[in-house]
Design a protein around this ligand. Structure first.
Ligand code: ACM
Ligand code: ZN
Length: 757
């Protein structure tokens, strides 16, 4: 368990920085115990690489010291090289510490002893020592006595980087590897090829990089914008650069897993060599995102010859036992209409195109296995039958991983809900992300062992990994912003014993972590301390705006207008009495605004805040605040829409009864609604309006339908009337008709506001 060490103030030595609190080591060590003694660390501290040769580990430690603090320490094999009264960091072989990566670290008055039975353990001990140093520049500091006994929980601790959608320079990839190493990750999954770019030099196929390494232009803004930047985008790594990066990672005890995507996500390869596709082209390196129907032809043997040639060069560059062959998101449309693919299905007595995908993966697996390596594939490789020795990367939730483990296959968990760092980490995101919401707490709370696995299946879960897809991540600063602090949280999930994982302890460490990112020169997200805004019901059927932040230092400032001159300090939910704009932000101790302004437009009417009874419950993530969401004064059709403020029903109609409290004269009734067929959200087929004086017997007023309903649409009843109760019933399609997205499934219907004027 993690123990708290009181901060030591050493007044006799005014230039000393304060000894670090051992709680600050992240990922938290398996065992720590406070000890007496204080180690004085300064530029004269010697590193003794005793017994076995740990010079490489010592030199890498020095590289980081140089980078963060501006100096190196003297290194020697022999302690006697240093004066007898100098303080020493001793790196020592200890055969009893056997687990890969395990180490002990003991800080005493004049020595820091780091011992392990393997150089990985020594390396990790030095990474821990780095975190016992202050997170700001210093020439000297005191380190409080401590004993750490540490080892990893999971054997596979991975981070992924997509360099196809947006390219990262070789220099940044090395920096990324440094970040992994400092967090004790041991696998770097390098996504090198995709529809939008082929990024690895293959000597036998030079067009892969000269053609497939370039796209003519790139989508601007969100997917579907249809706007392009008219600027060619190119980039690839030479084999020499790849060798250097692999050596760089290996020195840092990180295995590099290359991913060569097949049979889908192959447009850059098809653009380079059109004979690889079913239609033979023409193809172009893709300029927008998504999933593309053109894939490698599975019927043509030359596809396999090509891929074997490519993989031969790849295996020569990467010593990794695992070679990732993709396997995800491969549409079967081209194969259905390709003579060669259909012949392959027939000749091999395959059931269908899913079995053809399985044939494809198994054929490639045989080749990889013959070369002494193993494949990893995304969980789609389960479809049509798993290749005999494959490791499955479970990304579409946990289910693929569970199934693979039950089939006695190794698994690496990367479920989107917890492990997709391209998803937003803030509800107030200030730049485009691919969507989703994976906040820091969610990542920290992830448990890689699915609860439904039996004890004898658990060992198939090798570990987990976070993925960083770069459609909307165009530069290193944004990469850092998306991974920090989430990859730090995941490192603790993967390294620390499950029993000692403790959110409160992690939360306490966040400010210190942020200082350390600054010391590293790394960008990071402050989203954890975001200003959170919520529209809430107040007593007596009033509407309130509730604001909160986890920041302990910042104040919340709020204004009820476009102008900020009237801004004042927020103390409690404000009552929204009239229509209009409210905005709020965080202000630091120096009265500087340190967040975006969060804005909320309110449109109040006779229904606002009134009690609403729902006949059918709203569903899943779109249950909002129940009936209140329909009268909360927030109309998403006015812009600034948040899906969390819609109420969604799945497979049922919507029926709401509003109690206006007394007989009320009205001129019109509007039901604001939303549709997005691509997401299986369809307009209601019809909406019926009713009124009543007693809430029991209702009179039908009118039925309205909107055959051409747009994304945002309004069902309107526009005749004056008088009533205490208004009932609105919206009928959903019973099932989504064929030919439309989600055909055969029950549709969603979405509403956000009942407006009675
Ligand atoms: C994936 O996110 N398509 C593996
Ligand atoms: Zn084909």
């Amino acid at each position: 368990m993690i123990k708290y060490i009181p901060i030591l103030f050493l007044s006799f030595c005014s230039y000393h920085l304060i000894a670090q609190n051992n709680q600050q080591v992240t990922p938290a060590p398996a065992f720590t115990q406070n000890q007496t003694g204080v180690f004085h660390f300064d530029k004269k501290t010697g590193i003794v690489s005793a017994g076995k040769n740990y010079d490489k580990e010592a030199l890498l430690f020095n590289d980081l010291l140089q980078q963060f603090y501006g100096y190196r320490l003297p290194i020697s094999k022999n302690a006697s090289k240093f004066s007898s009264n100098s303080n020493k960091i001793i790196l020592q072989f200890n055969a009893t510490i056997k687990d890969e990566g395990a180490y002990e670290l003991q800080v005493a008055d004049h020595s820091i002893l780091i011992s392990s039975g393997n150089s990985t353990g020594i390396f990790y001990g030095l990474q821990t020592l780095l975190q016992l140093l202050p997170p700001e520049k210093m020439d000297a500091c005191d380190i409080a006595g401590i004993l750490i006994k540490d080892k990893p929980r999971f054997a596979y601790r991975g981070m992924h980087l997509d360099v196809a959608r947006h390219f990262s320079s070789a220099a940044f990839v090395k920096k990324y590897i440094d970040y992994l190493a400092m967090h004790k990750y041991n696998n770097f999954h390098w996504h090198l090829t995709d529809d939008q770019g082929w990024r690895i030099e293959i000597k036998k196929y030079p067009l892969l990089t000269s053609v497939g390494g370039c796209r003519a232009e790139t989508l601007v803004g969100r997917y579907g914008s249809d706007l392009y930047d008219n600027t060619p985008y190119c980039g690839f790594y030479t084999q020499q650069q790849i060798k250097e990066i692999v050596a760089y990672a290996t020195a840092r005890h990180i295995n590099v897993i290359p991913e060569i995507e097949m049979p889908g996500h192959a447009m850059a390869a098809l653009a380079s060599y059109p004979y690889l596709g079913c239609t033979k082209g023409p193809y172009k390196t893709f300029e927008t995102w998504g999933v593309i129907e053109d894939v490698f032809c599975a019927g043509n043997d030359s596809t396999f010859h090509f891929l074997e040639d490519v993989l031969t060069e790849v295996m020569a560059l990467f010593p990794s036992k695992y070679i990732h062959i993709g396997g995800d998101e491969c549409p079967k449309e081209r194969w259905k209409h390709c003579v060669q693919c259909q012949k392959r299905i027939k000749d091999n007595h395959l059931k269908d195109e899913f079995a053809l995908q399985s044939y494809f993966i198994q054929r490639i697996e045989k080749f990889i296995n013959k070369n002494g390596r193993s494949i990893i594939g995304w969980d789609e490789i389960l479809e049509g039958g798993l290749a005999p020795n494959a490791t499955v990367m479970s990304w579409r939730g946990e289910q693929g991983g569970i199934e693979a483990a039950k089939q006695k296959h190794n698994v690496i968990m990367t479920p989107g809900e917890w492990c997709y760092f391209d998803h937003s980490q803030s509800l107030n995101e200030d730049s485009i992300t691919i969507g989703g919401y994976v906040p820091l707490e969610k990542v920290y709370g992830y448990e890689p062992i699915p609860a439904s696995l039996k004890p004898d299946e658990i060992h198939y879960i090798l570990g987990a990994q976070a993925n960083l897809w770069t459609e909307y991540i165009t530069n290193p600063k944004k990469i850092e912003y998306m991974i920090f602090p989430r990859m730090t949280a995941l490192s603790e999930v993967l390294w620390s014993p499950k029993a000692s994982r403790n959110w409160d302890s992690f939360e306490d460490r966040i400010p210190q972590l942020m200082k350390r990112y600054k010391l590293w020169g790394a960008n990071y997200s402050n989203a954890f301390y975001d200003l959170q805004a919520k529209v809430v019901p107040l007593p007596h059927y009033k509407i309130g705006w509730y604001l909160s932040t986890k920041s302990k230092n910042d104040k919340i400032i709020i204004a009820n207008s476009e102008s900020l001159t009237s801004a004042y300090e927020y103390t409690e939910p404000v009552e929204i009495k009239t229509s209009g704009l409210w905005q709020a932000a965080l202000q630091d101790e120096n009265k500087k605004i340190v967040s975006n302004w969060v804005k909320q437009q309110f449109l109040l009417n006779k229904a606002s805040g009134k009690p609403v009874t729902l006949t059918y419950p709203p569903a899943g993530k779109y249950a909002g605040s129940g009936g209140f969401s329909l009268v909360d004064g927030v109309v998403n059709t006015m812009g600034m829409s948040k899906s969390s403020q819609f109420l969604g029903f799945n497979g049922s109609d919507m029926e709401a009864i509003v109690d206006l409290g007394e007989k009320t004269v009205f001129q019109s009734i509007n039901l604001h609604a939303f549709a997005q067929p691509a997401s299986w959200i369809y307009p209601a087929t019809q909406v019926t309006f009713y009124s009543s004086d007693d809430g029991v017997s209702f009179t039908e007023l009118a039925t309205v339908s909107l055959p051409d309903a747009k994304r945002n649409h309004i069902f309107q009843y526009q005749k004056p009337g008088i009533a205490q109760f208004i009932k609105i019933k919206a009928d959903a399609l019973k099932v989504i008709p064929s030919g439309l997205p989600g055909a055969g499934y029950k549709p969603w219907i979405f509403f956000d506001e009942i407006e009675i004027n």
